[in-house]
Every structure is written in structure tokens, then in C-alpha cells.
Design a protein around this ligand. Structure first.
Ligand code: UDP
Ligand code: MG
Length: 330
């Protein structure tokens, strides 16, 4: 029997914490009883710098159930980094790990199916939402746009899959070798080329509380994902630039032709055409190049993604968290 770790990133989730802890510990007890996972399996809550009572509720859950442990990050590092903190802590302390959102919008009952597929030999099992009726039209529309754009730009992502996924410890250790700061886990996992399977479920409504993804957070995550996985925007700019140049040249030839035929063309027209087109082109191109250069600059700093401030553990995860939180861990 293999050891399972369930990793749950939580940011200001006091409304759902108690219920989530109960449902996950019940599920774990059930899986242990069915002999699907070993008795030392555990749930790791990662507090992503919550400012409400989330950490206190994690403490309560830790006191109540021996399968619960938790770690708290010093500030709000974002869901992807909170996940990475959790994965770093469990990578060497489990055989497989499932990541799931704290609001349990993803169906925890398909976890058993994920585990079955893991035993059948898959290293990655994606949870895919085949029904998003509970999401708002805007959320569905923006998500669809995002997946389509990612596909067009050549990044491999699994449509309608968020961060509900099972990964073997092998995958987790491999993931730790990705040293980049802006890691979009969802985009990296398919790139690693492990044998993968899929389980389907209907996405539920948030149990309580509000989405922690504001519009700006959603856009910045999408922008980060796109720019960190594709440099096609640069080629798009180059192509646009080339097209504009051709048009500008054509306009200039036209203007010259007209003046050869004896029609008077003011200098202003020439100057305006060239200045506007060239100015716009350069500004856009420089902007995009700057975006990538900026990212390179941040990557070269190799700052730690997060700092672990506190840990609750009964030997499930090491308590010298600071070291294991650093990237580059094998
Ligand atoms: N989350 C996090 N840090 C953040 C934002 C969100 O750890 O800065 C967690 C949040 O607590 C939840 C998960 O990421 O467990 C997904 O967030 P949410 O459910 O609000 O997103 P949505 O389902 O609306 O896309
Ligand atoms: Mg949610």
C-alpha cells in the first residue's frame, strides 16, 4: 500500500476550513479502511499568508486528527507558490500526492479513481471538469479563451483542468528541479512527459466564502502563464511589424507615384505616415522585448519562492522547513 499526501493551498479560507478538514479526513479514513492507501497517509494544509482565522482552524484540525499537518507561509505568495511549498514538503515523504483547492469545488470522490489509475501505472492523473455549469458565464468564457490562446501559442495545457491532480513522488521530485520563479504548475506538468490519465467530474459551487481570484489576479496569472510558456508573442509582433512596414512602404510608393503624376503631396503626409507607423511598431516591439528581458532579470535573481514560517507535523513532514522550501532540492 502506498502513502498518499493531499496538498491543500488555503488563502483566507476560514469559511470552508472546518468543513474541508472534516470531509478530507473522512475521505482519508475511508481510503485507508478500503486499503487503497497506507495508514500513514496525510493531509497537508498550506496557509498562503491568510489574514483571517485560517491558521487557527488548521491548528484545530491538526489537534483533532492525526492525519492532518500544516505549514504556514510568511506572506501571500499566490496559489502556485503555495502549491510548490506543499509539494516540496511532501516530495520525499509520500508515494503520491493529490493537490486540491480548499473550497472543494473539485469532486473529492473521484480521488479514489485517481488512486486506482496510479496503481495501474500512471504517474500523473488529471482531474478534468466536464461540466462547468456552476461557473459564471464570464469565468467559463475567460477560461475557454485562456485555453484556446495557450494552445494557439503552442503551450501544452489540459483543457478544463486546474490544479486537481495526482502526481507520483517521482513527478514531484522532478518538479522541484524546475528552478524558475514564475512556475505555472499546470503548464509544466504536461511538459514533463510522464504517463498520464484523466478522470472527469462536474465542478461544484464554492462551499462558502468568495473566490480568492480577483479579476486582476486572474489576468496576471493568465499573462504569467502565457509569457512564461511561449515566446510566440514576439514572433507575432515581428510579423505585425513586417506587415505594417509593407503597408507603410506601399503608402509611400503611392504617395511618390501621385507626386510623379504631378499631384502635390505635402511633406506632412510623408512624415506623419512614417512617424506614426514606425513609432507604434517600435513601442510595441520594445515593450514585449522588455517584458521578456524583465522576466529574465527576475529569474537570474533566483530568489526563494517563499519562506516557511511555521509547521505543524507529527513526523509526516520534516520540521526544518526552511531548507526543504528552497528550490533545487533533489
Ligand atoms: N489560493 C491561494 N493563494 C492565493 C489565491 C488562492 O492559496 O493567493 C487558494 C485558495 O485558497 C483555493 C485555491 O487557491 O484553495 C483556488 O482559489 P479559488 O477557489 O478562490 O479560485 P477559483 O476556484 O475561484 O478559480
Ligand atoms: Mg475555487
Amino acid at each position: 500500500m502506498k502513502r498518499l499526501a493531499i496538498v491543500v493551498p488555503c488563502y483566507n479560507e476560514q469559511e470552508v476550513m472546518e468543513n474541508t478538514a472534516i470531509r478530507l479526513t473522512d475521505l482519508m479514513a475511508d481510503l485507508i479502511q478500503k486499503k487503497k492507501i497506507s495508514a500513514d497517509s496525510y493531509i497537508l494544509f498550506v496557509d498562503d499568508g491568510s489574514t483571517d482565522g485560517t491558521w487557527e482552524l488548521m491548528n484545530e484540525a491538526f489537534e483533532k486528527d492525526p492525519h492532518v499537518c500544516a505549514l504556514g507561509l510568511a506572506g501571500n505568495s499566490g496559489q502556485q507558490n503555495a502549491l510548490m511549498a506543499g509539494f516540496a514538503a511532501v516530495a520525499d515523504n509520500c508515494d503520491m500526492a493529490v493537490s486540491i483547492d480548499a473550497d472543494l469545488q473539485d469532486d473529492i470522490d473521484v480521488m479514489e479513481e485517481m488512486i486506482d489509475k496510479y496503481y495501474e501505472g500512471a504517474d500523473v492523473i488529471y482531474g478534468v471538469r466536464n461540466d462547468r455549469k456552476t461557473d459564471t458565464f464570464f469565468k467559463r468564457f475567460s477560461a475557454q479563451m485562456f485555453y484556446t490562446l495557450m494552445k494557439l501559442l503552442g503551450a501544452k495545457t489540459v483543457s478544463n483542468h486546474a490544479d486537481y491532480r495526482l502526481m507520483s513522488s517521482d513527478v514531484l521530485r522532478q518538479l522541484m528541479r524546475y528552478g524558475e520563479r514564475n512556475l505555472f504548475v499546470r503548464g509544466v506538468v504536461p511538459l514533463m512527459g510522464y504517463q498520464s490519465r484523466t478522470v472527469y467530474y462536474a465542478r461544484k459551487k464554492r462551499a462558502a466564502g468568495k473566490s480568492k481570484y480577483s479579476l486582476s489576479k486572474m489576468f496576471s496569472t493568465a499573462f504569467e502563464a502565457i509569457t512564461s510558456f511561449s515566446i510566440k508573442p514576439i514572433s507575432l509582433i515581428v510579423m505585425t511589424g513586417a506587415a505594417i512596414t509593407v503597408c507603410a512602404l506601399a503608402a509611400l510608393v503611392l504617395l511618390l507615384g501621385c507626386s510623379v503624376c504631378g499631384r502635390s503631396i505635402s511633406d506632412g503626409k510623408y512624415i506623419l505616415t512614417s512617424v506614426w507607423l514606425l513609432g507604434g511598431m517600435q513601442l510595441a516591439a520594445v515593450g514585449v522585448v522588455g517584458e521578456y528581458a524583465g522576466r529574465t532579470y527576475f529569474e537570474t535573481k533566483r530568489r526563494p519562492r517563499y519562506r516557511i514560517e511555521r509547521i505543524l507535523s507529527r513526523d509526516q513532514i520534516p520540521t526544518d522547513g526552511e531548507e526543504s522550501s528552497m528550490q533545487g532540492k533533489k
